[in-house]
Design a protein around this ligand. Structure first.
Ligand SMILES: O=C(O)CCC(=O)C(=O)O
Length: 317
């Protein structure tokens, strides 16, 4: 008898891991590259990415200074990042949570240089937080959705240079209302920590979105995610998360690379052709979500990239 060719899911989460994920809202870290391998990849990528000639967002006037936007979606033009977001070690784990049909709809670099503020506490559901327009929308019967973020440490992430922080178990209720508006001011920080370092949200005061103005996150429950270069961690964007500041004890920057995944039924950038946030505006004309697993994408998600802008096909799990 011929055996059916069922794909092996070597990296799928075990029942125990899934239970832990459901309780805590995150799982990991997992090792994808050795620290040496990662340092080598990052050394080369860092130089390569300076060349934006094939990047999908070209309107440099609109994005100069808006560093967050300039850091978006370089997996759409860079070979290493294109492979990274489709790695089975990542996608199989994410598929265990979200199901077999997966889109990677966004990637972002999160650099922290010596002296940089820590990222303030936040949760994201539709990602209308900064732009005012939902960037992802789950089907109507879902109360709220969010995305699975896979945050890969491209350098070591330590307590001194900006390790992530999570408050476990907070992913199922939103403390922020993303339909409220925040004012953008690139100079503003939103708090000074005991050691004199600052917290902020890339020019926004995330507290402006709080549903209850008097509420404060319970930082006594926060856990720090110290990670080696080459490791990744998987979490709900609706989990309360933040990061430590870079206190300048070392001159090395911290670099995190976030790739964000949703089931293909989630509407990506519905009814909009632009993203306007962090003081910049980009056109989605050359944008496409990447189908990293499965074979079904509803017609309403018509912006799909099958190849990078340099012609490399994306792998599908
Ligand atoms: O790396 C950081 O400081 C923040 C990351 C973050 O908020 C995210 O990946 O959603």
């Amino acid at each position: 008898m011929e055996l059916l060719d069922t794909p092996t899911r070597q990296f799928a989460l075990s029942q125990q891991e899934l239970e832990s994920f459901r309780t805590n809202g995150f799982i990991g870290p997992f090792t994808l590259y050795s620290p040496e391998e990662m340092r080598e990849h990052w050394k080369r990528a860092r130089l390569r990415l300076l060349d934006r000639s094939a990047a999908v967002y070209q309107d440099l006037d609109a994005i100069s200074g808006a560093t967050n936007i300039a850091n978006y979606d370089r997996h759409l033009d860079d070979d290493f990042l294109a492979d990274h977001i489709t790695r089975p070690e990542i996608c199989e784990r994410v598929a265990s949570i979200l199901g077999p049909d997966l889109l990677c709809w966004r990637s972002e670099f999160f650099p922290k240089y010596p002296g940089d503020e820590g990222t303030d506490w936040h949760q994201a559901d539709t990602f209308a937080n900064a732009s005012g327009t939902p960037q992802i929308l789950w089907p109507e019967h879902e109360e709220f959705g969010g995305t699975i973020t896979v945050w890969t440490a491209f350098t070591d992430a330590t307590l001194d240079n900006g390790a992530l922080q999570f408050i476990p178990g907070t992913q199922n209720s939103m403390n922020y209302d993303e339909t409220k508006r925040m004012k953008y001011d690139p100079e503003q920080a939103t708090g000074v920590l005991k050691d004199g370092t600052r917290r902020g949200f890339f020019g926004y005061d995330y507290r402006e979105l709080q549903i209850d103005r008097d509420w404060k996150p319970d930082e006594s429950k926060a856990q720090s995610m110290v990670m080696q270069a080459g490791q990744f961690i998987v979490f709900w964007s609706t989990l309360m998360h933040a990061s430590h500041p870079h206190n300048g004890k070392s001159q090395e920057m911290r670099m995190g690379f976030a790739s964000r995944y949703v089931p293909s039924m989630v509407k990506v950038y519905p009814d909009t052709d632009y993203v306007e946030e962090y003081g910049g505006k980009i056109s989605l004309e050359r944008y496409g979500a990447v189908q990293v697993a499965g074979d079904h994408v509803p017609a309403y998600n018509s912006r799909i990239a099958t190849h990078t802008t340099r012609g490399k096909p994306f792998k599908r799990n």
